[in-house]
Ligand binder design. Sequence first.
Ligand code: FA5
Length: 337
Amino acid sequence: MSSAGDLQEIERQAVAAIAAAATPDDIEAARVAHTGRKSPLAEALAGIGSLPPEQRGEVGKAGNTARKAIESALEERTTAIQAQALASRLDEERVDITLPGDRRDVGALHPIMQVRREIEDIFLGMGYAIADGPEVETDHHNFTALNTPEGHPARSMSDTLYIEGGHKTALRPQTSPVQVRAMEAQEPPIYLIAPGTVYRRDDVDATHSPMFHQLEGLAIDEGLGMADLIGTLQHFITEFFGESLESRIQPHFFPFTEPSIEVHVRWTDKRGRATWLELLGAGVVDPNVIEGAGYDSERWTGFAFGLGLDRIAMVRHGVPDLRLMYESDLRFLGQFS
Ligand code: FA5
């Protein structure tokens, strides 16, 4: 038979054992040993019913107190052990955020595409829109509508890459056909640029590639002329290259502009010689082209230009040989990322 004193002793021993538990397993063992069905506490509580009635109240109260004390000791110790376990796990799994991570290579735009985007921004800033056209073009858009007569050397198979061997459909040798498409599709005034890829049967050397990039410009409005063209090109050159790049304008011939010019800039060639590099062709749009588009050439005049984007990228970065741009050598391209 248990007395109130026995129950206090059971409580004391159980609380001491629980306090000594150091791991989750220890605490589980203590819970079974001190509150389980065969624990001294359970046995003592089970015996209360057989006590003389006058003792039951006192022993029952002591039993309740012991049970509560043991349960709260278990709860407290369990919380403490869990907190300790969490703290030591956090400590073990600590991540050193000061260690450098694994570097991943990030892609970047090709230097020619970077230059194209930058030039687009300059012309967008002057109010130009961006137009696009097909790379496989009709004879009409490539040549006829651009005032290029039958028999002109540009139309020959030695200059232009034809699609079916005939003299009709060809890979466009210049972005100028986009001028024609734009004029066919809309009424003036027009201010547009058309960047894109072009193809020619050019031999490969340090400044020529059979596939390269141009950026066409076309402005049609009332009263536009050569002074507007030169002002626009000069603004572009100083915006893009800065004040210091020396440039010169030379007369030239294109079938679709009259008069026509070329712009050259100062450049150091592959052998280290200071020379001139042709960057673009341009001119005042020929009245035949304007009339061909169905506009009144007495009212509407304008200018057009075609920049060589590959050469502009070469000059911008001091690259002496265009072929480097197309070799896909990451040691070269990585310098522009
Ligand atoms: C033209 O293609 C004319 N369509 C330009 C034009 C447009 C004139 C509008 C008047 C009005 P050209 O053949 O000169 O012109 O080429 C223009 C530019 O493209 C050249 O100045 C040069 O920078 C570049 N270019 C020409 N051929 C190559 C090539 N094979 N590889 C790299 N760049 C080239």
